[in-house]
Structures are given as structure tokens and as C-alpha cells.
Design a binder for this molecule. Structure first.
Ligand code: MCA
Ligand code: AMP
Length: 438
């Protein structure tokens, strides 16, 4: 998969593609023929080596958020059946089998509206199709120097940000954390960030101006606010490229390096992807730039299903069309604009997807809590911030916040707890979350 020009630098450590292949293959020899391997996905070279090793061995790799607490970690290990891998286990370099493109390469855990996160099974073929489509859309070549500091347990940082660099054969500088000063110092040609990263960048104009020398700035994982788009353009001279995707479908829509970049819009399907907009009855709605519908996607970047959840997999498709759960419009030129999620229970905070139900279950397991409703409130920095409305007796807000951070991953913790006497409910007894958000 790698080409010889590639160098990867993470957190001050660098490795050439030849060294990476050598280290990864030493581990891979031991994994061939085995089951899924779980990787503690810290932003380090060890993670990259381990991911490449698992993929080269043809076994599914399960990246685990390094700060996942016991509830989340136990679920991921139990559901995937994965065995933890540590690099020190490697020793023998044996010949590796021919890769089966249709085999599972990654199992990535993503939150849903209720319950614990689901394992999204992604094949080598889907990953390669997605990366080739993006290379075409962004004119991404081996001459680029890719810079980002995104986590390595999600599609954005791992698939685009590491496997993308390896497939294209370009240099990668991972900054550890996506801070404005680190992005400015890295002197790349191609930068990836979630909207929170770009808005923090614009808040530090001296750092932002350093990006003027880059070729392309790319935003994704959540809506990029129009003022941030405009501010980036005026500070760097670059209108950012916006792209849209999901863990399940990989990245499917993007504006192009050689095309129009329109604030608030995410462009057209990449090569090999088709989109469709449907109303509640499943009928196509007009592409007039105004009529909203549910965005459906089909094409070669599609996942193989949710692990161990055939019903959830079947429910998410209408024939060959994957139902994204995102509301969108398409204009007569085929440009897409994402309006928002159809479910109030899916929160996007700092580009992380968090299911309200998962956080609610943890809070309800605290002995002092009797009722809870978790919502996403508009937030200038994070897009949405997690707020928990709680009916409880004799517990501090900070205790509950830490309780969630310790049980799940830290980014799933509420930023704010609002103690209330009761929750607003409708006649059926269902909590009216829209009233809480108002
Ligand atoms: C704070 N911390 C705590 C607590 N409070 N830890 C435990 N308990 C607490 N009560 C710690 C955190 O762990 C962290 O530690 C530090 O404080 C800062 O935390 P936080 O404020 O949450 O971080 P942030 O600075 O607000 O993070 C902003 C961010 C981050 C860097 C933009 O949100 C981020 O990396 N987002 C990227 C999400 C992403 O990659 N999404 C892609 C999904 P420490 O500093 O030690 O770690 S894939 C996807 O969406 C699709 C496919 C797509 O389209 O891409
Ligand atoms: P995830 O499950 O973490 O892969 O998140 C996928 C979701 O992120 C999508 O369903 C969208 O709601 C959201 N998303 C990703 N990219 C964008 C974007 N460019 N604009 C708006 N929303 C986005």
C-alpha cells in the first residue's frame, strides 16, 4: 500500500515507508489467520505500525479510543471479540498472504441514537475506493505534505489522515493535537480539520496566516459555520474545501480542488458514489436547492454492515440506498447542502458523534440520579455542547461530569449539568427534548 517517498511523523517520531513496512510486517506474520485485533489508538507511531500490521495480515483492526472508560472499552472488546495487540509482540517476518480486498479491514465504533456504539465493518475495497475518490477531488498527490492532529480512532484522522497519506504516498505530519500553533509550524500543503479546529485557528490570526502557503485546507465531520469559512478565506487566501461523510459510508460528497467552493455547501458525490434525496414516503424530491429530504447514498465506499447487528444493518438501507439520517438539499447543479440530523438524539460535538442515549444510560446508573435527558446545545466552539438535564438528589455537577468521562471517553462527558425538579414530558410520557433546547 505504501510508496517509498512516504514519511510519517507523529509526536516527534518519524519513520520512512520502508521502515514502517518492515516493522508492521514483523508483527503481521503473527496475526495471519487470527481474529480481530484491538489497538489502543493513541496518536503515536505505534498505532500506525499496528494498524498497518493488522491490515497487511488481513485481520480486522479495531481502533479503541485511548481514554475510553470501562463501559465503552468492555463493550468494544466484547462485541468485536478482538484481542489487544501490543507492538512488542512482533518478532518474525514471514511472507504475507495475498490481500482479499473484500475482507474487513477496520471495525470502527460509532454512536447511535440509543444503546452502545455499533461496530462499522469497513472492507479494504471500500477504504481504497473512498481514498481514490478523494485523491481525485482534491488533486491529492505524492507531492503533498499532509498535516493534521486528529484522533486515530475515527475515520477522519485514521482513514483519511493516515491510510490516505499511505495510499497517495505523501508525507504526513501528525501534530499530536490539532492546535493552531502546531498547524502553523508544520508547513504542509494539505491540511485536515474539524470545524472546531478551523474556528480556533481563525481566533489566532498569526497562526492562520501561516497557512497561506498551503495548497488546500479541508474541513469535515460537522458543519463549517459560514463566518469561519469567510474568516479562513480572508486570513489564508484559501476558501476551504468542505466534504461530508459518515463512518458507515466514508466520505461521499466534497467540493473540488478545481471547482466551486461555496460556504455552507459540501459539493458533489466523489467518483463511484451516487446520492438521492427522498421524502418520508421514500419518493424523490426535486433538486431545486430548497426542498429538503433525507440524504441517501450508494456506491463503492459503503460499509459491509454493523457487526453482530443484522437488523440494524437492514433497517439502515432502502434497497441499495443507505439512509444517512441527515437532512439535505441538492441544487440543480448537483451541489449538496447538509441541513442537519433528523434525530435530536445524535449530537456532534467538536466533530465527535455522541448518542444521547449512551450518556443518559451512564448518568442513570449513578445512584443519586433518578431522571435524565441529554441534548446538544448550540456552541460557538464545539458546534454543539453536551448538556444533561438531571433530576437528582445530593450530587455535584462536577461529580456527574467526571462519572461520565470515567465510564466512556472524555469527549462524551456533558460540559454542563442543569439540575431540574422534573423533565417536560408529553401525554405519552416521552421527554420533550426540543423544549429543553429552547
Ligand atoms: C477535560 N478533560 C477531562 C475532563 N475535562 N478528562 C476527564 N474528565 C473530565 N471531566 C480533558 C480531556 O480528556 C482532554 O485531555 C482535555 O481535557 C481537553 O479536553 P476537551 O476540552 O474535550 O478537548 P478539546 O480541546 O475541546 O477538543 C477539541 C478538538 C476535539 C481537539 C477539536 O474535539 C477533536 O479532536 N475533535 C475531532 C473529532 C473527530 O476526529 N471526528 C471525526 C469523526 P487531553 O488534552 O489530555 O487529551 S469521523 C466523522 O465524523 C466522519 C467520517 C467525517 O465526516 O469525518
Ligand atoms: P460519524 O458517525 O462520526 O461518522 O459522523 C457522521 C455525521 O457527521 C454525518 O451523518 C453528519 O451528520 C456529520 N457530518 C460530517 N461531515 C459533515 C459536513 N461537512 N457538514 C455537516 N455535517 C457533517
Amino acid at each position: 500500500m505504501t510508496r517509498s517517498s512516504t514519511t510519517i511523523s507523529i509526536a516527534g517520531e518519524s519513520i520512512s515507508s520502508d521502515q514502517l513496512t518492515e516493522r508492521a510486517h514483523a508483527i503481521a506474520g503473527r496475526l495471519v489467520g487470527g481474529g480481530a485485533v484491538a489497538i489502543d489508538a493513541t496518536p503515536t507511531l505505534a498505532t500506525v505500525v499496528a494498524v498497518v500490521a493488522g491490515m497487511a495480515a488481513g485481520v480486522p483492526v479495531v481502533p479503541v479510543p485511548p481514554d475510553a472508560g470501562p463501559v465503552e472499552r468492555d463493550h468494544i472488546f466484547r462485541d468485536s471479540g478482538a484481542v489487544a495487540l501490543s507492538e512488542s509482540e512482533g518478532s518474525t517476518a514471514t511472507s504475507l498472504p495475498e490481500l482479499d480486498e473484500s475482507a474487513a479491514a477496520l471495525i470502527m465504533y460509532t454512536s447511535g441514537t440509543t444503546g452502545l456504539p455499533k461496530g462499522v465493518v469497513l472492507s479494504h475495497r471500500a477504504i481504497n475506493a473512498g481514498l481514490d475518490g478523494l485523491a481525485d477531488a482534491w488533486a491529492w498527490t505524492a507531492d503533498d505534505v499532509l498535516v493534521h492532529g486528529l484522533p486515530l480512532f475515527h475515520v477522519h484522522g485514521l482513514v483519511l489522515g493516515v491510510l490516505g497519506a499511505l495510499r497517495v504516498g505523501c508525507r504526513l505530519v501528525h501534530t499530536g493535537k490539532p492546535t493552531p500553533s502546531a498547524y502553523a509550524a508544520a508547513r504542509g500543503s494539505l491540511y485536515f480539520g474539524v470545524p472546531t479546529v478551523w474556528s480556533r485557528m481563525c481566533a489566532e490570526p498569526y497562526a492562520a496566516r501561516e497557512l497561506a502557503r498551503a495548497r488546500l485546507l479541508v474541513s469535515g465531520s460537522a458543519p463549517l459555520p459560514v463566518p469561519v469559512f469567510e474568516s479562513l478565506r480572508s486570513l489564508t487566501g484559501h476558501a476551504p474545501v468542505e466534504r461530508y461523510g459518515m463512518t458507515e459510508t466514508l466520505i461521499t460528497l466534497s467540493t473540488r480542488a478545481d471547482g466551486e467552493r461555496r460556504p455552507g455547501w459540501v459539493g458533489t458525490p466523489i467518483n463511484g458514489v451516487r446520492s438521492r434525496l427522498v421524502d418520508e414516503a421514500g419518493n424523490d424530491v426535486p433538486h431545486d436547492g430548497e426542498t429538503m429530504g433525507e440524504l441517501c447514498i450508494s456506491g463503492g465506499t459503503m460499509f459491509d454492515g454493523y457487526l453482530n447487528q443484522p437488523q440494524a444493518t437492514a433497517d439502515s438501507f432502502d434497497g441499495k440506498w443507505f439512509r444517512t439520517g441527515d437532512t439535505a438539499v441538492i441544487d440543480d447543479g448537483g451541489f449538496h447542502r447538509i441541513i442537519g440530523r433528523s434525530s435530536i438524539d445524535i449530537i456532534k460535538t467538536g466533530g465527535f458523534k455522541v448518542g444521547a442515549g449512551e450518556v443518559e444510560s451512564v448518568l442513570l446508573s449513578h445512584p443519586a440520579v433518578s431522571e435524565v435527558a441529554v441534548v446538544g446545545m448550540k456552541d460557538d466552539d464545539l458546534g454543539q455542547r453536551i448538556v444533561a438535564f438531571v433530576v437528582a438528589d445530593g450530587v455535584e455537577a462536577l461529580t456527574l461530569i467526571s462519572y461520565v468521562a470515567d465510564s466512556l471517553s472524555a469527549h462524551k462527558r456533558p460540559r454542563e449539568i442543569r439540575f431540574v425538579k422534573e423533565l417536560p414530558r408529553n401525554a405519552m410520557g416521552k421527554v420533550q427534548k426540543s423544549l429543553l433546547i429552547e
